[in-house]
Design a protein around this ligand. Structure first.
Ligand SMILES: *Cc1c(COP(=O)(O)O)cnc(C)c1O
Length: 425
């Protein structure tokens, strides 16, 4: 069914780039944007904003939603509500996009990274438990659902509960994904979703803060509009932010919302076509808890079996590999895809391996990983003995994200599959 090696020589680069995940628009968005224009609500106030907040809170199942300029702003507001103080340590997902973590630093908090588990590629509850042993008194945890796959959120929430910690759920990538039938973005005390251009639905930008607390939602409404007091003049008693969503952006999000399920269905189909197409290869797809969760399948990823990895070395800015028969590595696959004008991407490089966070703590389920692994000082994607030292480093080393665009045709996906297969020949 899929193209074979003989056919590979006939593959030509995609005439227009095959994206990792690009916006998929439907036209409905324009109607709401036009409405904003026609009614002159070209501002951070208006009907689209009100409607998008209603749509988000009813979809996710949180009582209150506040539309903001981006997901990062929502996370920042969450960290502020949690009352993170200068120098205070906060436990954070390690293998995630840095927007999960940066807001902690905006408030002068200090992220301590928690290693990843192999079952869902998210924060490991056992490592989180260990972190509370090593750093008793930590009050705030920020956990993300990577690539639209729900993490072990009930276990994480339980560990947080046992230690009286506030949970901030970063559901930026996982809108529509469920855990035990419950929407991600509703498990935390404070939750964030994103409508960035590459997310499952988009406003071109935009984000949403979600909570069940009316008081906290109202604080975010106030803070995000420069903390204006109810006075005839600009009166300010607290620090403010210009974080509100625009009514034009909200129009796009509003139009996209009714296509969320359609997008998820398309992404799901892509995921399972890859899985089928890779049969017989020494790889597996990004895993999820099949019993308890339904991802939104935002990105399809693969992980190469350890024995099938050719040698690959990554520095801070570039990567090299040694081609080998029957083996491959993310660098080889990504370079092959790029040659044919298809966009893949390495796994989000874990935070504990990022130079900007080199001084921060890192906890694995065995204990304090930082002292043991020195992931940053060892310089690359592996430890000094050439082997990964923790789960995040291992998945980063062996994994990659595949083109997962909703608009990719079956024929195009067959070619991607053939290209990946060719790397193992
Ligand atoms: C996209 C993303 C964010 C930030 O959302 P923006 O809307 O781009 O600010 C936060 N966390 C994760 C995991 C993301 O993927």
């Amino acid at each position: 069914m899929f193209l074979t090696q003989n056919l590979k020589s006939t593959i030509t680069p995609f005439p227009s780039k095959l994206w990792l995940s690009s916006p998929t628009m439907h036209g409905t968005e324009l109607k709401y944007v036009q409405e904003a224009y026609d009614t002159n609500w070209m501002s951070t106030v208006g009907e689209n904003i009100n409607e998008v907040e209603k749509l988000a809170s009813s979809k996710v199942g949180c009582r209150y939603a506040v539309a903001l300029s981006c997901g990062t702003a929502a996370l920042h507001m969450a960290v502020k509500l949690a009352g993170v103080r200068p120098g205070e340590k906060v436990f954070c997902s390690d293998m995630t996009f840095d927007a999960t973590v940066n807001p902690v630093v905006y408030e002068d908090g200090v992220p301590v990274f928690i290693d990843t588990e192999y079952d869902t590629w998210n924060m490991d509850p056992a490592a989180l438990e260990k972190a509370f042993e090593l750093y008793p008194g930590v009050r705030v945890v920020v956990a993300a659902h990577l690539y639209g796959t729900p993490g072990k959120i009930n276990e994480l929430r339980k560990v947080c509960g046992e230690h009286g910690a506030v949970l901030i759920e970063d559901a930026a990538e996982s809108l529509g994904a469920t855990y035990q039938g419950i929407q991600t973005g509703s498990f935390g005390d404070y939750n964030a979703i994103s409508f960035n251009g590459n997310k499952i639905i988009t406003g071109s930008s935009g984000g949403m803060f979600l909570t069940d607390s009316l008081e906290d939602a109202n604080k975010v409404r106030k803070w995000s509009t420069q903390s204006r007091e109810n006075a005839p003049w600009y009166q300010h008693e607290e620090l403010g932010y210009n974080y509100r969503m625009s009514n034009v952006i909200a129009g796009i999000v509003r139009g996209q919302f009714s296509y969320l399920e359609e997008h998820i269905a398309q992404k799901k189909e892509i995921y399972y076509r890859y899985q089928e197409g890779f049969q017989g290869l020494p790889v597996r797809m990004n895993p999820f808890d099949q019993e308890n969760s339904e991802p939104n399948y935002w990105l399809s990823c693969l992980l190469i079996d350890e024995e099938a990895m050719c040698r690959q070395v990554r520095g801070e800015q570039e990567a090299l590999f040694v081609p080998e028969h029957g083996k491959s590595c993310p660098t080889e696959i990504l370079e092959t895809l790029a040659k044919y004008n298809a966009e893949g991407r390495p796994i989000w490089k874990p935070m504990h391996m990022q130079p900007v966070y080199r001084m921060n703590g890192f906890v694995t389920r065995e204990g304090n990983g930082r002292g043991k692994t020195n992931a940053y000082i060892s310089g690359g994607s592996l430890g000094q003995d050439g082997r990964p030292l923790d789960v995040g480093m291992d998945i980063f080393h062996r994994g990659l994200c595949l083109p997962s665009d909703n608009k990719m045709t079956k024929e195009q996906q067959d070619i991607v599959i053939a290209l990946v297969r060719s790397c193992f020949e």
